[in-house]
Ligand binder design. Structure first.
Ligand SMILES: NC(=O)c1ccc[n+]([C@@H]2O[C@H](COP(=O)([O-])OP(=O)(O)OC[C@H]3O[C@@H](n4cnc5c(N)ncnc54)[C@H](OP(=O)(O)O)[C@@H]3O)[C@@H](O)[C@H]2O)c1
Length: 261
């Protein structure tokens, strides 16, 4: 039983819902799109790789494939207009797309940091800017933004990635403050380690690693529950939330001890 009311307005039953998943070609986005299609939702799938999007859509009559680069405003605008013309109302815009690159202070360089910020920060911010006027005009609907637990606090090897995700956390919180009074839902998705093409590159041991299907299940359940923050797996995110409360001296000591870095 819940003590408090959900922070977001309720969504329609999945069989009546229309969801745009951006970053749906692989990993968490692909698994979430598949899960939503299984549940009977209408799903629009976007990312740059059209062939992979078509594989995820698997010929479903409920799927629309809209390939795009979400850092390019005209492409996002065009896809959004296409969707609104096809569906009328869009219930959820789920921005999953992102990239990752390990970086330490002595590896910091402009091309890599710009490329990371372009995808991880400008992409979601730009896409949000495109869809908000339409959501406000509808008078309902929701935006979900996938950040990362790397946005909670500074972590070794996550010099620019972590900063991009911390910025997204702040952005999404502020979005909630603005849009909640207007009946628009805002969701912040905070994954721990999920096995995807992105993390297959990691050479370190990833604690509490889960599958993309498990992540999709947590996202779908979190959307249904109306939570603002959808964080998973809980066994991992709870520990990180505790670390977030520590004063800097204790945090820096512990994170060095835990990671050995
Ligand atoms: N896996 C984890 O452990 C983990 C943990 C925390 C947070 N996250 C976050 O979860 C999100 C999904 O990650 P993932 O692990 O599922 O990675 P992934 O399998 O590499 O998926 C990334 C998705 O983003 C799309 N994408 C990348 N750049 C794009 C662009 N410019 N325009 C449109 N789409 C673009 C990719 O498609 P195309 O290449 O076809 O464009 C792909 O569909 C990311 O935001 C990531 O930071 C992941």
């Amino acid at each position: 039983m819940r003590i408090f009311a959900p922070l977001n307005p309720p969504l329609p039953a999945w069989r009546d819902a229309k969801v745009w998943v951006i970053g749906a070609s692989t990993g968490i986005g692909a698994a979430t799109a598949r899960r939503l299609l299984d549940l009977g939702a209408k799903v629009a799938l976007s990312a740059r790789s059209e062939d992979k999007l078509r594989e995820v859509a698997a010929g479903s009559s409920n799927a629309i494939v809209l390939p795009l680069d979400f850092t390019r405003t005209p492409a996002v605008t065009q896809a959004w207009e296409t969707l609104r013309a096809a569906w009328g109302v869009v219930d959820v815009v789920l921005i999953v797309a992102g990239t990752h690159q390990e970086m330490r202070a002595w590896e910091l360089n402009e091309p890599d940091s710009r490329a990371l910020l372009e995808v991880n920060l400008h992409g979601p911010v730009n896409t949000t800017g495109v869809v908000v006027p339409g959501l406000l005009a509808q008078g309902r609907g929701a935006i979900g933004i996938v950040a990362s637990v790397a946005g909670y606090r500074g972590l070794p090897k996550a010099l620019v990635y972590g900063a991009s995700k911390a910025a997204l956390v702040n952005f999404t919180e502020t979005l909630y403050i603005d849009l909640h009074p207007k009946n628009i839902g805002v969701y912040l998705v905070m994954p721990g380690f999920v096995r995807t093409p992105l993390t297959d590159r990691n050479e370190f041991a990833m604690p509490n690693l889960i599958s993309a299907d498990e992540a999709a299940e947590a996202i779908v359940a979190g959307l249904r529950a109306g939570d603002f923050e959808i964080h998973f797996p809980r066994a991992f995110t709870r520990k990180l939330k505790l670390l977030r409360l520590l004063p800097y001296r204790a945090y820096f000591f512990l994170i060095r001890k835990i990671t050995g870095l």
